[in-house]
Ligand binder design. Structure first.
Ligand code: ZN
Length: 332
């Protein structure tokens, strides 16, 4: 079966307008696998390119239809992701897979476009202290760069234009600033929407978030920017709140959830805690509630063996893989 992917609402990608495909079925929730980017960038080891390709192929075969496969940043900053261009080229050969990447600035965006990525996410830290420390940019400078990005994209022919998302990172709190005012998050969401980005997403970079906070932010952004401008959340499980927050997101009608196979990457501040929410546990949660993801849970759990073999020193998390799929489990 071929599933429609990130580009649900992006008609510029002919191959993703799956409605013409007789086997087409849209899942209720699109899971965006971010282990190859958020997971791998947070571990010391560098996964060989061939192993990354095998991981992508196996998870695609298990039914995953969106993967964030790398980041277009200077090689010296993140040597683990230095092969992003090659990985994007490989992944775009898999029919119906939405190939997403991160790009921190207009230069990274141009690289992403040159390599044919379908979706590009630019992280924008809601904590100015974090933004200065991480990318040496004030909020004003970030907004100027986002404007440069949308202007560049508008100059491209429609078929060459990726879906462009700004991720509102540290939206739930910051390790440097502490609480981040919700009014600021809403104001920034409105500002970047006015600059013409396709979508904003909410990112709990630090794992500070709770479900009620998530609800206020989602409802606030919908009111400020329009319902179609917010479809997804990027959640971390640093304090064990990841699935509770994911459930709230789903109950509010969000349709894209980021997660990482085996929760790889961990969290340097909380030993024993996974980084992102664990894809296997998220698939179990959603499917057992009757929400389809398009992902075969048993096949997904098998992908872990390949990742564990390629990264022998990296801890893989997940309750469902450890406990096993329960007797009588039925996918949605
Ligand atoms: Zn993250």
């Amino acid at each position: 079966m071929v599933y429609l992917s990130c580009c649900y609402n992006n008609s510029s990608f002919g191959q993703f307008t799956g409605a013409d495909n007789p086997g087409f079925m849209k899942p209720d929730i699109l899971i965006s696998e971010v282990g190859l980017r958020d997971g791998l960038q947070n571990i010391a080891a560098t996964m060989p390119t061939a192993d990354k390709q095998a991981w992508i192929a196996a998870q695609y075969a298990a039914g995953c239809r969106e993967m964030e496969v790398g980041s277009f940043v200077p090689r010296k900053l993140l040597p683990q992701l230095a092969d992003t261009g090659e990985i994007v080229r490989y992944a775009t050969g898999l029919e119906g897979l939405c190939v997403a990447v991160l790009a921190p600035n207009p230069r990274g965006l141009r690289d992403a476009v040159a390599h044919g990525a379908h979706k590009v996410t630019l992280p924008f830290s809601m904590s100015e202290t974090h933004s200065l420390k991480n990318v040496n940019r004030t909020h004003a400078r970030m907004l100027a760069e986002i404007r440069a990005c949308t202007e560049y994209l508008q100059g491209l022919p429609a078929e060459a234009r990726p879906h462009f998302e700004v991720s509102l990172s540290t939206a739930f709190g910051c390790t440097l600033e502490g609480p981040v005012p919700e009014s600021r998050v809403l104001a920034m969401a409105e500002a970047v929407t006015a600059l013409g980005v396709d979508e904003v997403s909410l990112s709990d970079t630090t794992g500070y978030g709770n479900p009620r906070q998530l609800k206020r932010l989602v409802l606030g952004i919908r009111e400020a920017c329009g319902r179609d401008k917010l479809q997804g959340v990027h959640l971390h499980n640093t304090r064990g709140q990841g699935l509770a927050n994911a459930l709230m997101a789903v109950e509010l009608g969000l349709t894209t959830l980021d997660s990482s196979l085996g929760g790889i990457g961990g969290c340097p501040f909380a030993p024993g805690a996974s980084g992102n929410i664990v894809t296997e546990d998220l698939v179990f949660l959603l499917e057992s509630m009757g929400l389809s993801t398009g992902i075969d849970l048993a096949a997904l759990i098998e992908v872990r063996e390949l990742v564990a073999a390629a990264l022998p020193d990296v801890e893989l998390f997940g309750f469902t893989p450890d406990a096993g799929i329960p007797m009588g489990y039925r996918a949605a």
